[in-house]
Design a protein around this ligand. Sequence first.
Ligand code: C2E
Ligand code: MG
Ligand code: MG
Length: 587
Amino acid sequence: MNTEQQSSKQTDKRAPKPYQILLLTNEHTEWLWLSHLLQETQNLPIDLIWLNNPEQCAQAFNEHCFTAILWDFAFSEGDPQTYLSYLTIESNHTPIICMSADAETALPFPVFQAGAADYLCKRYLSAWSLTKSIHYAHLRHESDKNLNLRNDTDSLTGIVNRNIFFDRLRQSLLASERNQNLIGVAIINIDGFSRINETLGYAAGDHLIRLAATRLQRALRKSDSIARIAGDEFAVILERLEHFYSGSAVAEKLLDLFHTPFALERESVTVSASLGLACYPEQAKTAEDLFKYANRAMLKAKSDHGNSFRFYNQEMNTKLTDNLKLEAEFRHAIRGNQLRLHYQPRIDIANNEIVGMECLVRWEHPERGLLPPAAFIDLAERTGMIVPMGYWVIDQACRDLAKIQELGFSDLNCGVNLSFRQFQDKKLTETLFRIIYNSGVHAADLEFELTESSMMHDLDHTRRCLESMSQIGMAFSLDDFGTGFSSFSTLQQLPITTLKIDKSFVQGIERSEDSRVIVNAIISLAHNLKMNVVAEGVEDETQLSFLQYHHCDQVQGYYFGKPVPYEDFIKVLRKFYPSNKLTLAKE
Ligand code: C2E
Ligand code: MG
Ligand code: MG
């Protein structure tokens, strides 16, 4: 703490432990005056610690365990009730005594609703009333601790209170530590709630809280927990998030609930809310820290213009903003003709002849240049845009394949990657069929590459899709094989004809005995299941010889050619395509 903090110590040696009181006010004179008042009371030893900067509060709470906080309404900017809720959490529920110049007749109920322990009017303050307020606030806090243990639910909304919420959060964290899951804690505060109380009355305010609680509860998954933690504030545990961006999707969904007006007894009202989010393990490891960080983020979100949310730290916010920008740009990429297909040859290992190719998507970003799939496939999957992107890829691949066949390069098989999200599109089979039919190529000229994760999501549904697609002649390969958890039985249940060994194993052939064993095992497995086997990522002679020696069927990799645009691929074809088959090929 810096020099702006001052401490006035009482010297009553009989008191075992002085009360530590934090004074939050902008005025130096106020500190002098209150110190003076407290010194007049001989029977209650008090340390008064003064802060005049809200930024220093977090550090002060880390360093001290305060008995109570004396908080001047004018200390913080913005809505006092929101700041009070924030301070309650940040201080770990230390009793807060509010002070204002207003007469007590103006005593605001919402301030108590937000967790205030007492309300003092400075004009009538005496040493006696100040000490009494501090002392009683402390005693009430101690007895509430026991009471809270007995009451698990909030009487207004019926949802759990802070104590149970913390128990659940701690349990979730323990489970997540074991299972390496991501957990989010969101704090949602209703904007301008005091206005509702003031204009429509407290019964209407209560009604609004009940309706908001019900909406939030219904929107959450069964596994997520919600608690009411202050007058107009809720906390939510978001279990097993896939990614911290999924947290932002849930946040948006929860805030969307506030777009619909709330039908109160006499009228409908529309309120907005602000949401703060912190994630385990990225931002905090303990329940207390997660809660505090989400709370700080909520206070930041308050400074935006309603129905907005913030992640706890700046880096996350920047990442999120960048990602939202990229997302918006990607929507335009499909319509704006910015996607490109590159082709990489697949070679028959026995005679070095080209037998097919894999099409790999790229994004020609107007500012960032040519982006690889790693920069946007996740985003496309998360937003569902993988579905239109996937159709664009298949359509373009079929058109290019038709041209390639017209040039005389027949018998080539084109690999197209399919993501698991594409199977969620009910019209997948029908649309694929239409695209292929319109292009004039045969379904059998295409081989769809699936990853193990796409199978595991919903095996029954995937099996049904693959079966109907294979009936019209399409073939399927399992991509990046060895990196997932496919079982023998899964492999046998699906109409898969090719295994593609992941490049990480191929590239480990020289260095690692494990990789050599795995590559060899996958080749044998594929052959035993009467499948074709392709090694991906072949970059040098040693890897190629090993694969040849162990009877791998085909290879793909920089050694034979990197993925290149269509025009360059035609040149590659002329190099590797068997000359005896090229009699038809036009020069
Ligand atoms: P994948 O299907 O396993 O594709 C092989 C990746 O390995 C490609 O990366 C390719 O450029 C790279 N590669 C090939 N040979 C070598 C080599 O010798 N050395 C090294 N280091 N890398 C090699 P790329 O093009 O960046 O694609 C990455 C992944 O993005 C693909 O992995 C695939 O999962 C996904 N992807 C690409 N295009 C599409 C698409 O149209 N749809 C979907 N859903 N996913 C796609
Ligand atoms: Mg692939
Ligand atoms: Mg692969």
